[in-house]
Write a protein that binds this ligand. Structure first.
Ligand code: ARG
Length: 467
């Protein structure tokens, strides 16, 4: 029998075990099929640990040199697809450690001094997620830039603003797009906040209680670029709330994406006809030759379901877990990985698609003219002429009722007729009743007036510069 403890899976922990693991149990408990994705973080964490062990005199300088050499070889093996991943070795950690020992001998066996897979995996996931958060932050910035760029050419493009999906008041298309920029900028803030709590070092907690070796945890934290060290060993190995938070932030972001995707689908339908999408984001139908379907937007909307589902999976996974580490936690990886992949792909494709939106400004404007969208402007006009708002509201309701009966827009009613509703109405009312007049009037902070929206665009551009 081999003296290499990792040569056989059933011997990875100790000679205590007297029978081999069944094939089913091996397959059921193994995670290497998916957690090998953590390999880079695993090696980075191991090197930082080894370097600290050497600095503290726990392992020799020669051991450290061997470990470094072995890890370099493993890195190229993995990168070139030559690494011999073994299911029997359960997970990424045991696979890499076993390979290291095969390559460099005893130094490989010393690497795990003062460490457990419990603090190791917690460290790996945090390191990996930190990198992914940075990648997602860049994609979120790209998404926002794409929306801002489209908004910049549509500050004067009028569309109906809706409440209850009924035409409410005219807004500019730019203003509408910038609402999403606000959402995505909050998503970016949320991710940055999650990053702060993710970026703390569990390593040094060992299995759960800490270790008797004179470890320098602060040093490892500095080497790995962590902002701090987890202060309680039990919490360090069992906490996954950084993953829950991330998953929640990702879900909210996907919900934002799905709202935008839904609007894109609506706007492209013949009933709106507000936009067209480039062919490369659409598919046809196998039976209806006229069809061009906005599949990409529909899928982005649909994929929010799986990301929200992963949040539920992670919350349920943690609920009721006693301290400290439990194997349940191995189940955190697939939902987390899929969340990252789905969000990253969705942001990338949506940013691209938004960049190629063709805007049908005439159709938007016609729709805005349809629903008496400037009725509030008429009421405000009367208020400025001295009528209390509630009375003005009532006067305008009568005017709209009359216009509907005659199939006309408010601006199409002759002045004399308008004056029958209130004598204060003068020739200057027509400026107020136009879509552009309505927009221009809303100059206050956050309003839809082109001057205000242009200022917002400048603010976003400055904010996104260098992000
Ligand atoms: N593959 C495991 C996980 O993902 C690593 C930690 C295993 N620790 C243990 N004591 N079995 O959680």
């Amino acid at each position: 029998m081999s003296h290499d403890p990792l040569a056989n899976k059933q011997q990875a922990w100790s000679a205590l075990f007297s029978e081999p693991m069944s094939e089913l149990v091996q397959r059921y408990t193994a995670s290497v099929g998916f957690d090998q994705r953590l390999w880079r973080a695993d090696i980075e964490g191991s090197l930082a640990h080894a370097e600290m062990l050497a600095a503290q005199g726990v392992v020799s300088a020669d051991d450290l040199a061997d470990i470094r050499r072995g890890m370099a070889a493993i890195t190229s093996e993995i990168e070139s697809g030559q690494f011999p991943w073994k299911l029997e070795l359960e997970d990424v950690h045991l696979n890499i450690e076993a390979r290291l020992t095969a390559l460099v001998g005893d130094a490989g066996k010393r690497l795990h001094t003062g460490r457990s897979r419990n603090d190791q995996v917690a460290t790996d996931v945090r390191l990996w997620l930190r990198g992914e958060i940075d990648r997602l932050a860049a994609l979120l910035a790209e998404m926002q830039r794409s929306l801002v760029a489209l908004a910049a050419v549509h500050t004067e493009t009028v569309m109906p603003g809706y409440t209850h999906m009924q035409v409410a008041q005219p807004v500019s298309f730019a203003h509408h797009l910038l609402a999403y920029v606000e959402m995505f900028s909050r998503d970016a803030e949320r991710l940055a906040d999650v990053r702060r709590r993710t970026n703390r070092l569990p390593l040094g907690a060992a299995a759960l209680a800490g270790t008797s070796y004179p470890l320098d945890r602060e040093r490892v934290a500095r080497t790995l670029g962590f902002d701090g060290v987890c202060q309680n060993s039990l919490d360090a190995v069992s906490d996954r709330d950084f993953a829950l938070e991330f998953s929640a932030a990702a879900s909210i972001c996907m919900v934002h994406v799905s709202r935008l995707a839904e609007e894109i689908v609506l706007w492209m339908s013949q009933n709106f006809g507000f936009i067209d999408l480039a062919d490369r984001y659409c598919t046809g139908s196998s039976i209806m030759p006229q069809k061009r379907n906005p599949d990409v937007a529909e899928l982005a909307r649909g994929k929010s379901g799986r990301v929200v589902g992963h949040l539920m999976a992670l919350l349920t996974l943690m609920k009721g877990q006693p301290l400290t580490y439990n194997k349940d936690n191995q189940e955190d990886k697939e939902p987390l990985f899929d969340t990252v992949d789905t969000l990253a792909d969705t942001l990338r494709i949506m940013a691209e698609m938004v960049g190629g939106i063709e805007v049908k400004t005439d159709a938007m404007e016609r729709a805005a003219l349809k629903g008496y969208a400037t009725a509030t402007d008429l009421a405000d006009y009367l208020v400025k002429k001295g009528l209390p708002f509630r009375s003005a509201h009532e006067v305008v309701a009568h005017a709209v009722k009359n216009a509907i009966a005659r199939g006309l827009d408010l601006a199409q009613l002759p002045l004399a007729e308008l004056q029958q509703f209130d004598a204060r109405i003068g020739e200057d009312v027509f400026a107020v009743l136009t879509l552009r007049g309505s927009l221009a009037a809303r100059q206050g902070l956050g309003g839809t007036a082109p001057v205000q929206v242009r200022a917002q665009i400048e603010r976003h551009r400055a904010r996104l510069r260098g992000v």
